[in-house]
Design a binder for this molecule. Structure first.
Ligand SMILES: CC(C)(COP(=O)(O)OP(=O)(O)OC[C@H]1O[C@@H](n2cnc3c(N)ncnc32)[C@H](O)[C@@H]1OP(=O)(O)O)[C@@H](O)C(=O)NCCC(=O)NCCS
Length: 310
């Protein structure tokens, strides 16, 4: 068994491995967009890996796996590292030697380039791979989760409406609370956020996103953002039929009263009326309120794990 650089001659087999891998995920998760089904769906990804010359294949007579460095540089959590996308790995979990050969390639690369973090996204049905990564000192970081859009009876005791610039004061307060929630224990995300007002202005002027506020009488008590065609998470988890949910917060003194669920019912209703098929959300798995809340209504589909060295 050996690894070698991914080359043009490996193109067809690597494409088939990606399609086989995602077929298993699509069988497991009906709520995941079917993005990588045909050879033509994955050919650009495979060509990109070959051109970038940072992917290796695992060969045992035939190609039985591969791993790619899909991105190298500053990560979303402000640290320098390498990232392996969910389409950029096929790790044979029943073959420990093979797994280690692939991962050792990443660690050699990190060592040579003085990069201390490896983040890797794997499909949530790949339990054997997750276990191998856990044994290699990886921990869970982010989760993408999905739901098929359903006809929900959305009872609107609270008013949910699109936010405007007139809501800037309340929106800034909500976003500050959300950022603080992420930075303070028990979440302790370990990263900084930029100033709230420019972020909100950008959201309000972006055609692809909508910012919603929940009001009790005239008081704004919660916020949620929807993004057309995006989950904010992994490549495989969004397409034109996907409505992504981001930046959700309910004021702490009214949490636990069903208001978050009310927002979820609202986006089912909005998504259905606007021709979407899937809802997607991504959340930090170390955020306890997110960990309790989202899996009640969404199925976890893609997990991103990190190994930090040193
Ligand atoms: C996540 C959040 C939006 C949920 O809103 P909420 O109004 O409190 O949620 P709901 O009252 O509608 O709860 C819905 C369900 O989730 C459960 N739930 C929500 N928060 C929970 C918690 N902290 N612990 C245990 N269960 C929780 C509720 O018990 C309820 O389940 P049930 O219907 O079986 O009883 C809210 O907790 C929040 O703003 N958290 C801080 C910010 C945050 O983490 N945002 C998400 C970023 S990804």
């Amino acid at each position: 068994m050996r690894i070698e650089k991914m080359k043009l001659e490996h193109r067809v087999k690597v494409g088939l491995l990606i399609i086989e891998k995602f077929k298993k995920s699509y069988d497991a998760f009906i709520m995941l967009p079917r993005k990588y089904t045909l050879e033509s769906d994955v050919s650009d990804l495979v060509n990109e890996m070959i051109e970038n010359e940072k992917a290796v294949v695992l060969i045992d007579d035939d190609i039985i796996g591969f791993i790619d460095i899909s991105y190298e540089g500053e990560m979303f959590y402000n640290k320098q590292g390498v990232y392996t996308a969910e389409w950029g790995n096929c790790i044979p979990s029943n073959n420990l030697k093979g797994c280690l050969l692939l991962l050792n390639y990443i660690y050699d690369y990190m060592n040579d380039h003085k990069l201390l973090d490896h983040t890797i996204s794997v499909m949530e049905n790949e339990k054997g791979v997750i276990e191998k990564l856990f044994n290699m000192s990886y921990g869970s970081r982010c989760m993408d989760a999905h739901a098929l859009i359903e006809n929900k009876s959305f009872s609107n005791e609270m008013t949910i409406r699109e936010a405007t610039m007139d809501d800037m004061g309340e929106l800034k307060t909500l976003l500050k609370i959300l950022h603080k929630h992420m930075q303070m224990p028990p979440t302790l995300i370990g990263m900084s956020y930029s100033k709230e007002e420019p972020i909100i202005k950008k959201w309000l002027s972006d055609d692809a996103s909508k910012l919603w506020v929940m009001c009790d009488a005239n008081k704004v008590i919660g916020m949620m953002k929807t993004v057309n065609g995006a989950s904010g998470g992994c490549d495989c988890s969004s397409d034109d039929e996907t409505l992504g949910i981001q930046d959700t917060i309910i004021l702490s003194d009214v949490q636990g009263q069903g208001l978050g669920k009310c927002f979820v019912d609202f986006v089912h209703d909005y998504g259905q009326k606007n021709g979407f098929k899937y809802l997607a959300v991504d959340f930090e798995t170390m955020n306890p309120t997110a960990q309790y809340f989202w899996p009640k209504y969404f199925t976890p589909t893609v997990r991103s794990l990190i190994r930090s060295i040193g």
